[in-house]
Design a protein around this ligand. Sequence first.
Ligand SMILES: [Zn+2]
Length: 237
Amino acid sequence: MASIKVKAIVIGGTNVKEKDRQVRLFTLENGKMQVSMKGVRGEKAKMKAAKEPFCFGEYIIEQTSTSNIVTGVDIIDNFFEISKDIDKYYEACAMLDVVDKVSTSQANPQLFLQILKALKTICYENVKKYYCIDKFMLNIFAAMGYKFMTDVCSSCGGRLAKRFFNFEYGEIVCTACKNDLCDEISDACYSALRLFENTTYEKLSTLHIGGMGEMQAYSLLAKNFNWRTGFKMIDIP
Ligand SMILES: [Zn+2]
């Protein structure tokens, strides 16, 4: 048996047998991994907290040809506060779900850094609803090569008096270039996207978005995610 140590965030899992749990880890070193955690659902289980979504730590995994079994965990942060605020909880779950959907068994340090920063921000900063996930999604699109923010029409290069989002191509176009697959982007939505793009996670709590721009931005980002990846983001109630 070989033993490896990875930095990982719990992104999901299912209960098995009486006290075990199959856990999906997003690791810095190996991307997404399925691991078994034995006896962790017992009241007094040592690794109880390490099986929960959001938990970030160093996981020691015994690898055999057929299984990955977690034998020890040093928790770095379990982001416990997230679960105490229902709005933060749903938003953070939606971000974990995005990681679950786009990650593979290849290491993706950029995605790892993004989800870690986003979880830290939503847990410890006083950010308003949707701010963190909007910032996160903009960065995810950029990392996937789908960056779309622009000052001019992405199709003709012309001035943008009104802006439309072309979901077929994932780009912002002008009135002359729009077609049936475009949604108009309101000024509030566009300025929210601009602000999120230009503001670091650390400064998100200082932003004040008007006109429900952050909600409109979220709808646009979720629809774009669906078009770009074929996956649906989970709803934030
Ligand atoms: Zn145009």
